[in-house]
Write a protein that binds this ligand. Structure first.
Ligand code: DC
Length: 217
């Protein structure tokens, strides 16, 4: 079984993906990680994230192991990590270079310890439209930018990251505009995705709704 969950930052995709992965014994692929890895690797090597050719080179050499190693860096999940990822992800050549790696995962999904899974749950921006257009179930989660900024701000506070709410909100609005406005694989729901506005929902309510939909088919 392949499930895709797309939507803007902090709409609740990661939490839903983790909950579905646990319930249905699926392996979870957070596809934002591939772009975060490229952006961070460029930053660590003093490269300009706006340089498409340099970004493509890094993307072509990215392996799963390298991505996992970079994910331990404190900036990987920080505010800058998200912004670098959004910038490199707008380069069409970077997206092409990273597509196969993401698609191959669905052919033989395994857990981190190598044991086989019942399938995969992807989350990202284009997983239902480009990465897995034939997925069994597709969700598109959204929420108001203020609510998403509040969620992200509280995550940062919990991690001890010092950042103002207004900065988190302006980053989210800027990222939404870049992710939705780019020419290749822009953020948008697949025609056959179920759209869920999570603004006034708890994570449990979102999970219950997704399970009902999966159970119906
Ligand atoms: O989900 P995230 O915040 O980790 O994603 C970081 C950036 O990566 C996001 O702003 C846009 C990009 N991204 C993408 O273009 N396509 C995906 N499938 C996932 C993420």
């Amino acid at each position: 079984m392949i499930i895709t969950i797309d939507g803007p930052a902090s709409a609740g995709k990661g939490t839903l993906a983790a909950n579905l992965a646990k319930k249905y014994k699926l392996s979870h692929f957070d596809t934002g990680m591939v772009y975060r890895a490229v952006g961070l690797e460029m930053f660590l090597n003093g490269l300009d994230v706006n340089d498409e050719a340099a970004a493509e080179k890094i993307a072509k050499s990215l392996t799963f192991a390298k991505m996992m190693e970079l994910s331990k860096h404190p900036e990987f999940r920080g505010a800058n990590g998200g912004n670098y990822a959004s910038i490199v992800s707008a380069h069409p050549k970077v997206r092409t270079a990273l597509l196969k790696m993401q698609q191959d995962f669905s052919k033989n999904p395994t857990f981190a310890d190598g044991t086989p899974a019942n399938g995969a749950v992807y989350d990202g921006r284009d997983t239902g439209t480009v990465v897995c257009p034939n997925a069994d179930y597709k969700f598109f989660l959204t929420a108001s930018s203020e609510i998403r900024a509040k969620r992200r701000y509280l995550e940062f506070v919990e991690k001890g990251i010092d950042i103002a709410y207004e900065k988190v909100l302006s980053d989210i609005v800027e990222r939404d505009a870049r992710d939705s406005g780019r020419s290749t694989a822009p953020l948008k729901p697949a025609d056959d995705a179920v759209i869920v506005d999570t603004s006034d929902m708890t994570a449990e309510e979102v999970f219950d709704k997704a399970c009902q939909i999966i159970g119906l088919k």
